[in-house]
Ligand binder design. Structure first.
Ligand code: AKG
Ligand code: FE2
Length: 309
């Protein structure tokens, strides 16, 4: 079993990336690029969620138009006034941190070798993408992933995580539904029909906590490699430490998050649903040597049996 980076660091007082040749062998050129690349900081389009739900008709139309532009030109946007209290986010972060603080033995109950293996159906898994002994590419990230909808799976430890996660699951599902309705309106699709055909009330929601411990040599590692998300919309909150980069008009740019906003991106299913008009955008996470970063990611997909054709 691959030891999680956090535990490795704590047991070894790590001052360099162990055997960096093994940390990221296949992608050495990409990494050299990562170190040298000038990455511009950008502010994503901002969507005031409260205007969507309780603004005037004109304000709602304006937000639908803003969403349309954000989906067309960025595939990512920031949502403010979303109604998730800061205390809920703090509690989620603290509970997830407490999970990572459990002993390696306690965490091992949920550990899997390769989370990308489609045969893994366990509703709660944790692991790392970092394996200093492996010859394959590994990444500077530990994670916990929980299936939270349609059936909520509650980890027995740490105490408190289940309750706040189940609240956030409900809240984030409502936000997703409202955003999807507005996005459908912008696409001039019949939102009621789509909602019915996607059966969002039994949609699959997965929660991930990604932990990026501070990295002694950030130029030799990457947190998460470039990828696009499955599902319709992904919602992301973080502990005020940046690291998310997105590919925009052929260039990597670093996202400047407004504190307490939720970052939202288009997933593969939405790309299909929009007939390719809205792209599921490539993104990645970089690491730093100053502060541990944690991101809380909720993916929202259709039920597994839904056909999009
Ligand atoms: O941590 C981040 O900023 C990105 C996380 C992410 O892209 C994912 O979990 O799919
Ligand atoms: Fe992602």
């Amino acid at each position: 079993m691959g030891i999680m980076i956090k535990d490795l660091i704590e047991s070894n007082d790590l001052i360099s990336v162990p055997n960096s040749k093994h940390a990221l062998p296949a992608k050495a050129e990409d990494l050299a690029m990562l170190a040298e690349e000038e990455v511009e900081q950008v502010t994503l389009p901002v969507i005031d969620f409260s205007l969507l739900t309780s603004g005037s008709a004109d304000q709602r139309s304006q937000i639908i138009e803003d969403l349309r532009n954000a989906c067309l030109h960025w595939g990512f946007f920031m949502v403010t006034n979303h109604g998730v209290p800061e205390s809920m986010k703090e509690e989620l972060i603290n509970s997830c941190m407490s999970f990572f603080d459990l002993s390696p033995e306690e965490k091992s109950v949920y550990e899997v070798e390769n989370a990308l293996d489609p045969c893994i159906l366990d509703p709660i898994i944790c692991g790392t993408n970092f394996n200093p002994a492996s010859k394959s590419v590994s990444f500077w990230r530990d994670y916990l992933r929980i299936l939270v909808h349609p059936v909520f799976h509650s980890p027995p430890k740490p105490e408190g995580l289940s309750e706040v996660l189940s609240d956030y699951s409900r809240r984030s599902r409502d936000i997703t539904k409202e955003l999807l309705r507005a996005i459908m309106e912008g696409l001039e699709l019949q939102e009621d029909d789509i909602e019915k055909s996607l059966e969002l009330k039994s949609g699959v929601q997965k929660f991930s906590a990604n932990l990026y411990p501070l990295c002694p040599q950030p130029e030799l590692a990457v947190g998460l490699p470039p990828h696009a998300d499955h599902g319709l919309l992904t919602l992301l909150m973080q502990n005020d430490v940046g690291g998310l980069q997105i590919k925009n008009k052929g260039k990597w740019v670093a996202v400047n998050a407004i504190p307490n906003s939720i970052m939202v991106n288009i997933g593969d299913h939405m790309e299909v649903l929009s007939n390719g008009k809205y792209k599921s955008v490539l993104h990645r996470a970089v690491v730093n040597n100053k502060e541990t970063r944690i991101s809380l990611v909720m993916t929202n997909g259709p039920p597994t049996r839904t056909s999009l054709s």
